[in-house]
Each structure stands twice: as C-alpha cells, then as structure tokens.
Design a protein around this ligand. Structure first.
Ligand code: FES
Length: 156
C-alpha cells in the first residue's frame, strides 16, 4: 500500500533509451516502462507510468527499483514475477497477473533495446517469449477481442 500511495520512479522519462508498453488501454491495465541504458548495457535509470490497479503500480514501482544498476542480462535472468511478488511482501492470487504484466513490460523493453539499436541478440536472450511476455500478449489479445465484442453494431 505504501508503494501504491508513494510510488518510486513514477513518470515519463524524456531521455529514455527504450520505451515499452504492455497491456491494453481499453481495459485500463496498461504499463509503460522507460529505461535509460548505458553503452555497457547497464540500466542506469528506470521509470514507469501505469493505468493499472494498486498492485500493478506497486509491482511496477518495485521493478524499477530492483533493476537499477543491473546489466540487461542480469535484469533479464533475475527479475521474474515470483521474485517481484516476494519482494513486495506477497499478493493475493487474483492480483498475480498485475505483477506478471509489469515484468512482461520489462522483458519487452529489454528485447526492444536490441531490435531498436540493431544489436545482434545475445545468447542469453531466448527466441521464445517468457511466461510474463506470453501473459501480456494473451491479455492484450483478450482485451482486443472483448472491446470488439462490446462495440455497438454500427461501429463494428
Ligand atoms: S493490473 Fe489488472 S487488476 Fe491489477
């Protein structure tokens, strides 16, 4: 609750190296991660914006704290939704997905770094999406389908 009321690293970063979004604005569960990454692939700064719930704000906030100073490789390997949930002192099971989405956004940002900079993917970065990335994609697909279904006939 403290991290929800006083989130750390909240806000847009103008000089971010990479910006990644996860979730869908249609249902309100949307996170943007901003990472400032050095040429040595160290995360110098991380901030976030969230339209998700309290658990999402708190988990996103703790992720930005946990990854500060880590290399991309270490952040990729060490940060999982389970670890984030532990770090925050636990979450009710219905709120697990909020932390999963936050980590999904982080993993997406790390992937984007290599694509945007056109740097060949390192060996530690798998082709296959992680659990968190898959969940984020699933949530986005679901939100898209639902918002299509909910549209009045004339707008379809
Ligand atoms: S982000 Fe959807 S309920 Fe928390």
């Amino acid at each position: 609750m403290d991290l929800f009321r006083n989130p750390k690293n909240l806000g847009k970063m103008d000089d971010a190296t990479v910006v990644a979004i996860a979730g869908n604005p249609a249902c309100g569960d949307m996170i943007t991660f901003y990472l400032k990454i050095t040429d040595q692939q160290v995360i110098e700064k991380a901030t976030f914006e969230s339209y998700g719930c309290a658990a999402n704000i708190a988990t996103s906030s703790i992720v930005t704290e946990m990854i500060k100073g880590l290399t991309l490789e270490k952040a990729w390997n060490d940060i999982t939704w389970k670890k984030v949930t532990e770090e925050i002192g636990g979450l009710p099971s219905v709120k697990f997905h909020c932390g999963v989405l936050a980590v999904g956004a982080l993993k997406r940002a790390i992937r984007l770094y290599f694509t945007q900079k056109k740097i060949p993917k390192p060996a530690w970065l798998p082709e296959e999406h992680t659990f968190e990335e898959k969940q984020a994609l699933e949530e986005e697909e679901l939100a898209k389908t639902l918002s299509k279904k909910m549209k009045p006939e004339a707008e379809k």
